[in-house]
Design a protein around this ligand. Structure first.
Ligand SMILES: *Cc1c(COP(=O)(O)O)cnc(C)c1O
Length: 357
């Protein structure tokens, strides 16, 4: 039996995509070889990378003046790539709304005058700061945000208006809701939450901003180089790019991001409504800022949380343990989590409450 996997990442992938990958594993695109065996210079593979890029452009309405590249090293490597490509004046503002936002900020400090101009650490990251009150500084190279906070279960509802280019880590929500790419200078996302296996990271960057990386920027981290080489500067993560392409095709066939977002809102709504109507389960996030991807919740105490997680696993509802910084449970309900998975979780929550309240 296939489990409902609520892992925050690497996370569940669409079943039909996995089945297709399994069918094609020994013979990719009539080459008589697996996609993991062919040269990345093989035409069948470069066509795949091109298709992945085109699908990203189409689905997210990415204008032509933006680069769309597939790189390695995870979103965490981009924490360094951002300053190394953009920090010409050695000055950047960061909004610290969670653990990854903080890590990006700490990395930024290595390269220059990075300042946390707003933070929600005072309330354990359960909200997004009031964007109209953020004291953005003049003369910064960029403003960095994390648009969906994977561990704490918050997301930006609006994005800040900034003079400096806005840079967003969208790892845990890319392709889950419509965004206006023009509002951003750079968007990056590790693929293993909403798109593909771990190993590929997507960077969407306004080409005007990326022509002069800092002299210290390693070649591999230069977005310009990756863009000029169509993500084939060196051997790319072939298999994750292949799976990403299958996922993107499926997303397009199913109505694109608008349709996906409606399903995501519906799934998250089911879970939050249930939690809000229960006196047994709690979600501490300020309602307005609740993530539709990551839903942390608790029972009345830590012993019950443990029992909840163990009992859930027995029913095929797995990876529900919350991050160690938060405790309790976290249900990550990314694009690939079916509505039935969320309904099964709620059924189990009801049963657990009846037996333990
Ligand atoms: C998972 C995650 C990361 C870290 O990604 P890696 O690929 O492990 O480096 C960074 N930012 C956010 C928002 C994430 O959810």
């Amino acid at each position: 039996m296939r489990a409902y996997n609520f892992s925050a990442g690497p996370s569940t992938l669409p079943l039909d995509v996995l089945e297709e990958a399994k069918r094609d594993l020994l013979d990719f695109s009539g080459t008589g070889m697996s996609v993991t065996e062919i040269s990345h210079r093989n035409k069948a593979f470069s066509a795949l990378v091109e298709e992945a890029e085109q699908l990203m452009r189409e689905l997210l309405h990415i204008p032509n003046n933006y680069a769309v590249i597939f790189v390695q090293g995870g979103a965490s490597t981009q924490f360094a790539a951002v300053p190394l490509n953009l920090m010409h004046n050695r000055k950047a503002d960061y909004l610290v709304t969670g653990n990854f936002a903080k890590k990006a900020y700490e990395e930024g400090k290595i390269y220059g005058d990075a300042v946390a101009v707003a933070s929600s650490a005072d309330q354990t990251y359960t909200y997004i700061p009031d964007l109209s009150a953020v004291p953005f500084r003049d003369g910064t190279d960029y403003v960095h945000i994390c648009s969906n906070n994977t561990i704490f279960g918050t997301r930006y509802v609006e994005f800040p208006d900034t003079k400096a280019p806005l840079v967003a880590d969208m790892s845990s929500e890319i392709l889950s809701r419509e965004i206006d790419v023009n509002r951003f200078g750079v968007i990056y996302a590790g693929a293993q939450k909403n798109l593909a296996p771990a190993g590929v990271t997507i960077v969407i960057a306004d080409r005007a901003l990326i022509q002069n990386p800092l002299p210290a920027c390693p070649t591999m981290l230069q977005w310009k180089v990756q863009d000029e080489n169509k993500s084939l500067y060196n051997t790319p993560p072939c298999f994750p790019i292949y799976i990403a392409t299958l996922v993107l095709r499926k997303l397009k066939a199913n109505g694109g991001i608008k349709a996906m977002n409606e399903i995501n809102e519906f799934k998250a709504g089911l879970l939050y409504d249930f939690i809000d109507n229960s006196s047994f389960y709690t979600n501490k996030v300020v309602k307005k800022y609740r993530s539709i991807m990551n839903v942390p919740f608790t029972t009345p105490n830590a012993e019950l949380d443990d029992a909840f997680i163990k009992g859930a696993a027995k029913e095929g509802l797995v990876s529900l343990k919350g991050h160690r910084l938060v405790g309790g449970m976290r249900a990550s309900i990314y694009n690939a989590m079916p509505v039935e998975g969320v309904k099964s979780l709620i059924d189990y929550m009801k049963k657990f409450e009846r037996e333990n309240a």
